[in-house]
Design a protein around this ligand. Structure first.
Ligand code: DGT
Ligand code: CA
Ligand code: CA
Ligand code: ZN
Length: 571
């Protein structure tokens, strides 16, 4: 890890040196050393144990740079780097890191337009001032670049990013020289929102792979390209990072690229405490590599059981892994059906039959149709309307032999005071009833707790849907006493939903952990309003995994007969 960090400092030093107009030989030497460090597998601190002379013996490291490396290892900084930093405007490195802006251009922009960071560059571009200095064509390119960089800063719901990540993974796997590839980072950990996509590839030809990756059709801007890594942006500003390792470092590389940062830091500390070093190429005992090929082997070398990516967040997962008590988390294939979907009978876009086809494509045993109950009140005769839908469901079940079996469910709105929005008479007709908050959000926690409690305790309600009501970019989670609510659900034998709808992902991870500890039943639902949305069950499963849930308490891992019995028992 120090190798990469040190390489970064040397590249910065090169930029700074160019900016102040120092000898070009110096910056060339810094960059050369940076490149060497980027590809060096042995931790640099191991080489540095042999002192100045051992470092100088390394190709591309001379006396001056060897001294700087020792400084860095001793103090965490390089004096020359600090010194030059203090001589230039604070944001100048940021400006110089933009493709198309070298030292000369950066100086020109600074001297003539007072550009000293991204913000002032942005303003100068908007004002048209850059056009006069660099020409209209170059200014326009910079405008596009800055625009992409700005767009890249928002975190995106994982459901928006995952399809692109898979598409790219496919393309990366096809690149010549790529032996293996995986999606890492927060996407692999199934975090609800992600900052970028991180890929790892195993290859013997890192430069060719990096080159080919940068030429993929989805890539709009190549921001940084190194010996074995690249950082690019897609059309919509989504950032994509690629890192390559040699095939024998696959496991260590996967661990590194997956993170989280906090988890990786814990692992490195643990390695150190055992007289070992951990980096993206392996676990090292001095200059000997003792593990690296698989994640299991790396964890084992640190005295740990393998941990699923969704658990790698530095809560207390290492304690479990140390004792060999890592839970067998729920898997997508164990889910036998979706327990929240909508059709044209309420606000969905597709017919029951279309939803059924999609459920079949998911290899489901059952599918719950949970149209909004209030819709049936709009006609003059709600019961006959409800029966009409019921007949449609029964006819389809008969035609398919119940493969997959359609459950006649309803989702009912929980009103401001916790009462349900439709008469019991209607709810009693449904095989499965979800209750959820759809308006009057943002009540004080006490009031929300009472409201949800009343709904949960309603004898006809099976499942509390999308508990906190959060919507990315729209609404924060409603506050409530979740511990109490989940405990009550446990006592009542009712279920709390984990909602996988792309912009919901509700409840958030910390609450799913609480939910897991409460022992209450859990229901996984996608809240699909289109047939094409059923795939998001894997998001609900990912969220369940982030809360450490195992299949036993998850309602929809139960076979249909058990599920039906469970539903009837609660009536
Ligand atoms: P995000 O992207 O904000 O949703 O969250 P992550 O967890 O995907 O974080 P990210 O993309 O910054 O990094 C993913 C992992 O890759 C991180 O846990 C460690 C590793 N990594 C990537 N680049 C660097 C780096 O420059 N330095 C260090 N120390 N680790 C890095
Ligand atoms: Ca990331
Ligand atoms: Ca990243
Ligand atoms: Zn709902």
């Amino acid at each position: 890890m120090l190798n990469a960090e040190l390489a970064r400092l040397l590249y910065e030093l090169a930029d700074l040196s160019d900016y102040i107009g120092d000898s070009p030989f110096k910056s060339r030497a810094y960059r050369q050393a940076g490149r060497y460090l980027e590809t060096l597998q042995t931790p640099i601190e191991v080489i540095a144990e042999g002192g100045q002379s051992a470092l100088e013996a390394v190709p591309s490291i001379g006396k001056a740079i060897a001294e700087k490396i020792l400084q860095y290892l001793e103090t965490g900084t390089i004096r020359k780097h600090q010194e030059l930093l203090s001589q230039v405007p604070a944001g100048i490195l940021e400006v110089m890191s933009i493709p198309g802006i070298g030292a000369k251009t950066a100086r020109q922009l600074a001297e003539q337009l007072g550009v000293h960071d991204l913000e002032s560059l942005h303003n100068a571009l908007e004002a048209g001032a850059v056009d006069a200095v660099l020409g209209a064509k170059k200014a326009e390119r910079l405008r596009l670049t800055i625009d992409l960089l700005k767009k890249s800063r928002v975190r995106r719901p994982i459901g928006r990013v995952l399809p692109t990540a898979r598409q790219l993974l496919n393309q990366i796997e096809q690149l010549p020289g790529v032996e293996r590839a995986l999606i890492g980072g927060s996407v692999r950990r199934m975090q609800e929102t992600v900052g970028d996509i991180d890929f790892l590839t195993a290859t013997r030809n890192p430069e060719d792979v990096v080159e080919a990756f940068c030429k993929l059709p989805l890539v709009k801007l190549v921001y940084a390209k190194g010996e074995n890594r690249a950082q690019v942006f897609l059309e919509d500003g989504l950032q994509v990072d690629l890192k390559t390792v040699p095939p024998e470092s696959w496991g260590a590389g996967a661990l590194y690229i997956t993170g989280s940062k906090a988890h990786s830091i814990r692992l490195r500390e643990r390695a150190m405490a055992r007289g070992l070093k951990l980096n993206e190429y392996g676990v090292w005992h001095g200059s000997e590599r003792v593990a690296s090929e698989t994640e299991e082997a790396v964890y084992r070398a640190l005295g740990l059981e393998w941990l699923p990516p969704a658990m790698r967040e530095d809560s207390s997962e290492l304690a479990l892994a140390e004792q060999g008590k890592v839970p067998q988390l729920v898997q997508r294939f164990q889910v036998r059906g979706d327990l929240q979907t909508h059709t044209r009978w309420s606000d969905g876009d597709h017919s029951i039959e279309q939803m059924l086809e999609s459920a079949r494509a998911q290899a489901y045993e059952y599918l719950a149709l949970t149209d909004h109950a209030e819709m049936f009140l709009q006609g003059s005769d709600w019961l006959s309307l409800f029966r009409q839908r019921q007949r449609e469901i029964e006819a389809l079940n008969e035609r398919t032999g119940g493969r997959p079996y359609l459950l006649n469910g309803l989702e009912v709105n929980i009103m401001e005071d916790g009462a349900l929005a439709v008469p019991d008479l209607l709810l009693r007709e449904a095989e499965l009833v979800l209750a959820g908050v759809h308006d009057a959000h943002g009540q004080p926690a006490d009031q929300m707790t009472q409201r949800l409690m009343r709904a949960l305790e309603h004898p006809l309600v099976h499942i509390l849907a999308h508990p906190t009501g959060r919507r990315f970019g729209k609404r924060e989670p409603n506050p409530a006493d979740w511990e109490r609510l989940f405990r009550r659900a446990y006592e009542l034998g009712k279920a709390i939903e984990i909602n996988g709808y792309t912009t919901r992902m509700d409840p958030p991870t910390p609450l799913v952990r609480l939910l897991c500890e409460s022992g209450a039943w859990v229901s996984l639902g996608t809240d699909s309003h289109r047939a094409s949305q059923l795939w998001t069950m894997e998001l609900a499963v990912g969220l369940a995994q982030r809360g450490w849930l195992t299949p036993e308490r998850i309602l929809n891992t139960r076979p249909l007969t058990e599920l039906k019995a469970w539903l009837r028992e609660r009536r």
